[in-house]
Design a protein around this ligand. Structure first.
Ligand code: PGA
Length: 249
């Protein structure tokens, strides 16, 4: 399976910075990278980045959140069909920052994934335990509960999602799960997907949390790590390019 390296710009960027970043990425990309690539950008920049990546066939566009509703009186929200209209191939759902700061529940995340799939946008569903949960030995239980909600709501469509395992304690902290720690959780998620669909082998399970140019190749070498969701390092073209280059065929 082709790996997927997806940048999560979070709430960063400006018209000028986005253009400079993408031009530098375009200049450094090989003509046919071995992996699939995406950038998940703040919503106001979707149109700008849609135009910029139109000249970069290897780079897909993504958003960072989506409403669980199709349309209507939901001030401030963005529907999946709107994202689709701006060329989004992906949308991140259930990022830990949204679970933590916006009270997103497992059920809401599952509904958001369903809304994305209905509009033809691939949800990148984030799961992951906090430090307290890891220290309490609850990692497996937490990620399984989070994924179970998405499986329950999405039925056989579950084979169309991308999963991102992002241990909360590793996000933006410079602390990465070791390749073995990450692989162990990815294997749990793969087994859970296998019980839900006979297509589980083609569901990409990304790792996220302080993935960088130095640690990417050892993480991406693991059997069930099918790519990365990259925050901080996706804002620096040389680092993002190194992670892309580290993805094995
Ligand atoms: P990080 O963020 O790479 O900066 O740790 C990853 C993420 O939150 O998706």
């Amino acid at each position: 399976m082709k790996k997927l390296i997806a940048g999560n710009w979070k709430m960063n960027g400006s018209l000028a910075a986005n253009e400079a970043l993408l031009r530098e990425i375009a200049a450094g990309l090989s003509a046919q990278p071995a992996c699939a690539i995406a950038v998940c950008v703040p919503a106001p920049y979707l149109a700008q980045v849609q135009a910029l990546v139109a000249g970069m066939p290897a780079v897909a566009l993504g958003a960072q959140d989506v409403s669980s509703h199709a349309s209507g009186a939901f001030t401030g929200e963005l529907s999946a069909s709107m994202l689709r209209e701006f060329g989004c191939r992906y949308v991140i759902v259930g990022h830990s920052e949204r679970r933590q700061y916006h009270g997103e529940t497992d059920t809401l995340v599952a509904d958001k994934a369903k809304a994305a799939l209905a509009a033809g946008v691939t949800p990148i569903v984030c799961v992951g335990e906090t430090l307290a949960e890891r220290e309490a030995g609850q990692t497996e239980q937490v990620v399984k509960r989070q994924l179970a909600a998405v499986i329950h709501t999405n039925g056989h469509c579950i084979s169309e999602i991308v999963v991102a395992y992002e241990p909360v304690w590793a996000i933006g902290t410079g602390k990465t799960a070791t390749p073995e720690e990450a692989q162990a959780v990815h294997a749990v998620l793969r087994t859970q997907l296998k019980a839900a669909t006979d297509q589980a082998a083609r569901v990409k399970i990304l790792y996220g949390g302080s993935m960088n140019a130095a640690n990417a190749s050892s993480l991406l070498a693991q059997a069930d790590i099918d790519g990365g969701l990259i925050g901080g390092a996706s804002l620096k073209a040389p680092d993002f390019l190194k992670i892309i280059a580290a993805a094995p065929v």
